[in-house]
Design a protein around this ligand. Structure first.
Ligand code: SF4
Length: 223
């Protein structure tokens, strides 16, 4: 397992590789950001950004979503996977925001996760990116990267990954580390073809060393 110092080093190297790593969902308000994150489950940020300008023009705030029918919301997000469920959750979350929080997006895990369709990852992303409250969200890229680099054990679930990474990094780096790992996973340590042969983290990555060793059995493993 990588220790605290090695984990910090890995995140710094990712920052050198992707100095512009930052949120890619576009929105104007915390509420719109919440809706965008809810839409992004099992969908790309690019596909979400394509529908949200029209969606937020038609429904700019919780009141507008609460007053709309699910069919009306669906019409604006039809190109997004699971759009029926997402329309249902966004309308219900908007109604609950109005009822329990005066229409204002809350700023705690507990309150955010009380909203329909809002899980831990969505809550973490909203806290971090909409409110700049230290949090570490775990998605598919973060899961893959932290396991390959052995920052966390292979058996770790998303909650465990979140806890281990936060214990190994200073709090003021949690949000940045999340974005760097996403870029690193999206463009370099990709699911199918990680660029191990040109990876600046190869020296500390047993997974990469094993992959390259398996690809060329005549080459010695890097230490
Ligand atoms: Fe990912 Fe390969 Fe780099 Fe390891 S060496 S972090 S598996 S790209």
């Amino acid at each position: 397992m990588l220790n605290q110092e090695q984990t910090l080093k890995a995140v710094q190297v990712m920052g050198d590789m992707f100095p512009d790593a930052q949120p890619s969902l576009r929105s104007r308000t915390p509420f719109q950001y919440l809706v965008s994150v809810m839409l992004s489950a099992q969908a790309t940020d690019v596909s979400v950004n394509l529908v949200t300008p029209t969606l937020f023009k038609d429904f700019p705030d919780p009141q507008a979503f609460a007053n709309a029918t699910e069919t009306e919301i669906q019409a604006d997000i039809r190109s997004i996977g699971l759009y029926r469920n997402k329309a249902k959750h966004i309308k219900a979350a908007s109604q609950q925001l109005l009822r329990d929080f005066d229409g204002v997006v809350p700023q705690t895990h507990h309150e955010l996760m009380s909203l329909p369709g809002v899980g831990r990852k969505t809550a973490d992303v909203v806290l971090a990116d909409a409110f700049h409250i230290p949090a570490f969200a775990v998605d598919t890229h973060v899961t893959r990267v932290t396991k390959r680099l052995k920052i966390v054990p292979e058996s770790a679930n998303t909650l465990k990954i979140e806890q281990i990474v936060m214990s190994k990094l200073p709090e003021d780096l949690w949000i940045t580390a999340h974005h760097r790992m996403i870029y690193f996973g999206r463009y370099h340590c990709t699911a199918r073809n990680p660029k191990c042969e040109v990876c600046p983290l190869l020296d500390m990555c047993e997974t990469g060393q094993q992959r390259l060793g398996a690809a060329d059995t005549t080459a010695p493993l890097k230490k």
